[in-house]
Each structure stands twice: as C-alpha cells, then as structure tokens.
Design a protein around this ligand. Structure first.
Ligand SMILES: Nc1ncnc2c1ncn2[C@@H]1O[C@H](COP(=O)(O)OP(=O)(O)OP(=O)(O)O)[C@@H](O)[C@H]1O
Length: 266
C-alpha cells in the first residue's frame, strides 16, 4: 500500500509540491448483506444458479461509497461530514484497509491507524494493562510503554474520580472507555490517523484536550482524518473538510466553506 504513484487516467489529482499520504481513487464500497436462509439455499438451487449464472436471491447489496476521489497530504487534518448513513465510517474503514473497494483503489503512506469508539481493548483487563497491551500492539518498546503509560492514563482522565486505572474496563462508562482508547492511540505518532467520532464521547474538558492532541499530531507532519457530527469540533481542528452525501463526495475544500454550505443546506 506504500506506493503512491498515480495510476494513468486516475480521477484523484496529486499536487506535486506537497507530499501525498493518502490517494483515494474512484473508490466504490459495496456491502453484501445475507438476508438469512429464506429459501434458495439448497445445493440444488445453488447449482441451478451457477448453471444459469444468476445471483443468490437472499443477498442484498448496499452501495455505501460511490466513486469517491481525493488526495490527502502530510500535515493536513481533514474533517469528514455528512448525514447519518452517508458513508463516512465506511470510507474511513476503506482507507484503513479494513474494507476492500469493489472498484477503484486506495494508496497510502504506511499503515493508517483507525481509532474508533469500538477499537478493541480487553474488557476483563484493567485500564493499566490495556494501556500496556495497546502500546505494545502499536509497536512501542517495553521501555517506551513504561515511560508513556502514566501520561496516557493522565491524559485519558479515567482516574479523575478515583483509581479506575486498576479496575477492569468493564466497570468503565462508555465515555471513559472511548477516552482511554483515544489516549492510547494518540500517544504514538501516526503517518495517517483515522478518528471516528471518538472526540464526541468525552466531556468538554476532554474534548478540548483531544482537539489539541489532534492539532499536535497534524503538526508533527502526520495526516489526521476526523469523522464527526460535531461541526464545531471539525471547525476547531481541521483546515480541510470533505462532505459526503449518499456515498457521493458532495464538496471538498476549506473547512469554513464546506461547513457553511453543509449547515445552510435546505
Ligand atoms: N456492516 C454493514 N453491512 C451492511 N451495510 C452497512 C454496514 N455498515 C454500514 N452499512 C450501510 O452503509 C451505508 C453507509 O454507512 P456508514 O456507517 O458508512 O455511514 P456514516 O456516514 O458513517 O453514518 P453515521 O453518521 O450514522 O455514523 C449505510 O446505508 C449503512 O446502512
């Protein structure tokens, strides 16, 4: 995925004066949903379909991202906005390499790191143990982990109301869990960091801290993508915004212009 050479005839445009980190080139993502075993699933009917080259009747397709193209550069923080179901999370997962595009391609510099509110931590382990495991999983050395763990716990704020870091994560509120996930993932410099709504789960103080962290990550020459329904978070942290609607890229430009258009629609 590291080769950023642009394919001939590509819809994505690369500015040669800047270093591209993500090229999304005419990407389509289609979910195939199995509607359950409601007939047509016997070996005989499957054989008939193979012979007649027809699709299984119990598979529905959802075309979630439709021909999206753009290029992201080093040092950019890009907001992704759009109404519910417009394809923001799907696009993020495609950039992370978790969903294969049905058509088109994603080219990235290094392995993008997806930070979502559902990022996997182990519920039966304490916050402290999850910090250690999460940091090791991101490639830190044991010494780095030892040095950074107290800062990560401090940043997450989970100990603000007692010693929660030593308690199993299942005792945390969903906001506390999300804050810890954000604190772990953002402790490391990423070439490309993808954040899905994580900032929305914290309280006001944590939101301010995490917005500052996003700006630092961006300033350290990484590229940050931020999916959020909070337009004020997007305005505060991103200088560029992409607006998706029904899977189609509706607008891509300076945050103020795109957010104004989004807020003034209809
Ligand atoms: N795992 C899935 N299987 C099938 N369809 C899905 C799946 N995930 C999302 N979709 C569909 O894909 C479309 C885009 O969903 P997606 O979650 O990417 O939108 P979104 O813009 O992130 O929405 P929201 O703002 O509500 O989080 C929707 O129609 C949704 O129903």
């Amino acid at each position: 995925m590291a080769d950023l050479t642009q394919p001939a005839g590509s819809a994505a445009v690369v500015d040669s004066g800047r270093v591209p980190t993500v090229v999304v080139d005419d990407v389509h993502v289609i979910y195939k949903i199995h509607k359950g075993a409601t007939g047509g699933t016997t070996p005989v009917s499957a054989l008939k379909r193979i012979v007649s080259r027809t699709k299984a009747p119990n598979i529905r397709e959802v075309h979630a991202v439709k021909g999206v193209s753009f290029t992201a550069y080093e040092g950019e923080a890009i907001g992704l906005i759009g109404s519910n179901g417009s394809g923001k999370s799907t696009l993020l997962r495609a950039i992370a390499g978790l969903l294969p595009p049905a058509r088109g391609a994603v080219y990235t510099q290094g392995q993008p790191s997806l930070l979502g509110v559902n990022a996997a931590l182990l519920n039966d382990l304490s916050g402290e143990r999850n910090v250690v495991l999460g940091c090791l999983a991101m490639g830190m050395t044991p010494d780095e982990v030892k040095r950074l763990a107290p800062e990560i716990i401090e940043f997450s704020g989970i100990n603000e109301r007692g010693d929660f870091a030593s308690l199993p994560m299942r005792t945390y509120s969903s906001g506390m869990g999300a804050r810890l996930r954000f604190a772990i993932s953002s402790a490391k410099k990423h070439d490309v960091l993808l954040i899905d709504e994580a900032l929305a789960t914290g309280d006001r103080k944590f939101r301010a801290r995490s917005e500052q962290r996003v700006r630092e990550l961006r300033d350290s020459a990484g590229t940050v993508f931020l999916v959020s329904h909070s337009i004020s978070s997007i305005r505060d942290t991103c200088e560029r915004t992409i607006w998706l609607e029904s899977g189609v890229l509706r607008m891509d430009g300076p945050t103020d212009e795109v957010c104004d258009a989004y807020e003034n629609q209809k």
